[in-house]
Design a protein around this ligand. Sequence first.
Ligand SMILES: C[S@@+](CC[C@H](N)C(=O)[O-])C[C@H]1O[C@@H](n2cnc3c(N)ncnc32)[C@H](O)[C@@H]1O
Length: 207
Amino acid sequence: MVALDYKQITRAYAILSPMYDLLFERVFHPGRVAAVQLLDVKPNDIVLEVGIGTGLNLPLYPQDCHLVGIDLSRPMLSKAEEKVRDYGMTNVTIKEMDASKLEFPDAHFDHVLATYVISAVPEPVQVLQEIKRVCKKKGHIVILNHFKSENPVVGTMEELIAPLCTRLGFKTDLRLMPVLKAAQLIPEQLHRVNMLNGWRLVRCLNE
Ligand SMILES: C[S@@+](CC[C@H](N)C(=O)[O-])C[C@H]1O[C@@H](n2cnc3c(N)ncnc32)[C@H](O)[C@@H]1O
């Protein structure tokens, strides 16, 4: 698997941040809606969104939850902060933080969401382990991402383009089940979403 490092990520998302919404808002919207619904947020729940980016999921959350959004990229977070101000959201806290070293106590959040993030971090297993640690027992961990295809032809193409894609800030050759297994997460629900059903939406119950 091709490695992705912190320098590549900070550089890629600094460049992408001004055009991120234009490129990715519409095309990934169906998956976002399904992912937030799958979180099944109840009034006053505390939710963590890991790798919140420019905050495209913000309008999808119920207004009566408490949301904490973290990301490594300052330029991406500035866009999320703008949305929080524009939407007049008083229930949202945005923090610059590395998802592989979450600065929260164990079992702090009711639910955790990561959309289009797990293939964009240098250490996906460590990030999932951290998500599991900060989520309460029986909380929902929802992951939405593209993973390497099980179709051998498509999978080989994804391996071939992986070196280029890491320069753009994401991996194309990350496999779903091995990464979940390594983090000791068991999928409770698995769906296919977005264009050509090419993205996987996974809900794990934090056991
Ligand atoms: C493809 S973007 C997805 C953004 C957002 N979740 C969305 O749905 O549009 C990936 C995000 O992950 C963030 N990221 C990458 N590695 C990270 C890490 N170790 N900790 C926190 N955020 C990270 C990037 O800065 C970027 O904002």
